[in-house]
Design a binder for this molecule. Structure first.
Ligand SMILES: C[C@@](CO)(OP(=O)(O)O)[C@H](O)COP(=O)(O)OP(=O)(O)OC[C@H]1O[C@@H](n2ccc(N)nc2=O)[C@H](O)[C@@H]1O
Ligand SMILES: Nc1ncnc2c1ncn2[C@@H]1O[C@H](COP(=O)(O)OP(=O)(O)O)[C@@H](O)[C@H]1O
Length: 288
């Protein structure tokens, strides 16, 4: 028996860091939405209890360090399952990019094994379980557009943003989320207006969404890697309606309403950056 799951990337339309918690994590408030750039996972049933993970991407570990492996192990232990699984990941989302590729793979494994192993658990239960793997996994279980709080694991659905192009550009550096959070100096940081972003989404007001994009972590990563600022500048010069770094970076996204302009920005970045994509927002939950 085989199950296929799609694991879309996310962008953070806004990301506010409120304070550092006693457990070492930061309390955050984020507006996240999925985009049409996705890994594809193939899950094959193994009668013996083994878990195997394969991917052809040299930056992705093929062992128990893979977040997809960790998701399968967690499901197996938590529900006492004796069956196993062989997971193949077709990796299309850039790695360590601020696009939650690993978290989305883990979430796809939770959803896929729920079917493959006949567990019949609710998405809410899978999302709660997923938080044990990483802060972004709960959001990735549902996809769509959401307001995420706590360390990111408390997820409330929001209306989808109005359709537009999303140009993604990742400079050829990987960024460690932990290093970025550790380097943040909260007293000097910029804080986006999350309330205004939620209001803009409710009103389906594209211009207001663009005005209110913001990310507390952007300044930190930009100080560590000047390429982030350079890409931002290029997207702004190309006339993107909004430009922001996603998550802890280093991927920068541009929201663009006009087709021709989006294509022009994409073409201009192609010469400058190895990994550039032009995608649509998914916005609504594909998973129910
Ligand atoms: C920054 C964000 C924004 O969406 O995404 P990415 O850039 O990773 O895509 C997330 O907060 C990342 O979530 P995720 O990648 O799941 O992080 P985790 O594995 O839970 O944590 C990695 C490390 O980041 C720090 N961390 C993470 C989340 C949080 N709210 N506070 C933190 O301080 C901790 O040091 C932790 O050890
Ligand atoms: N399935 C996976 N896909 C991508 N990266 C993974 C995966 N499993 C483990 N990793 C590790 O997790 C780290 C962060 O990956 P990723 O989720 O792509 O980035 P981000 O947290 O910035 O969105 C990478 O350094 C990678 O080695």
């Amino acid at each position: 028996m085989q199950i296929l799951e799609k694991a879309p990337a996310k962008i953070n339309l806004s990301l506010d860091v409120l304070h550092k918690r006693d457990d070492g994590y930061h309390e955050v408030e984020m507006i996240m939405t999925t985009v049409d750039l996705a890994d594809r996972l193939e899950l094959n049933l193994l009668e013996k209890g083994t878990i195997k993970v394969e991917s052809e991407n040299r930056f992705v570990p093929n062992d128990e360090r893979n977040l997809a492996y960790r998701a399968a192990k967690l499901m197996k232990d938590h529900y006492g399952v004796s069956l196993g699984v062989r997971i193949f990941i077709e990796k299309n989302i850039p790695v360590a990019a601020g696009l939650a590729g690993g978290s989305s793979d883990a979430a796809a494994v939770l959803r896929g094994l729920n079917k493959l192993w006949g567990l019949n658990r609710s998405l809410d239960e899978l999302a709660t379980l997923g938080a044990k793997i990483g802060s972004d996994v709960s959001f990735c279980v549902y996809g769509g557009t959401a307001h995420a709080t706590g360390r990111g694991e408390k997820v409330e659905q929001l209306p989808a943003p109005p359709p537009c192009w999303v140009v993604l550009a990742k400079p050829s550096i990987g960024v460690s989320t932990q290093t970025v959070y550790q380097s943040l100096e909260l007293e000097k940081a910029h804080h986006p207006n999350t309330k205004a972003m939620i209001e803009a989404l409710r009103k389906e007001d594209f211009a207001e969404i663009c005005t209110n994009v913001g990310n507390t972590l952007e300044g930190v990563t930009m100080n560590l890697h000047e390429e982030v600022g350079q890409i931002k500048e290029q997207m702004n010069q190309g006339g993107a309606d909004a430009v922001l770094m996603s998550g802890s970076g280093p991927t920068v996204f541009g929201l663009v309403e006009q087709d021709a302009r989006a294509q022009r920005i994409y073409n201009s970045l192609k010469g400058f950056c190895e990994e550039v994509y032009i995608v649509r927002m998914l916005g609504y939950r594909e998973i129910t």
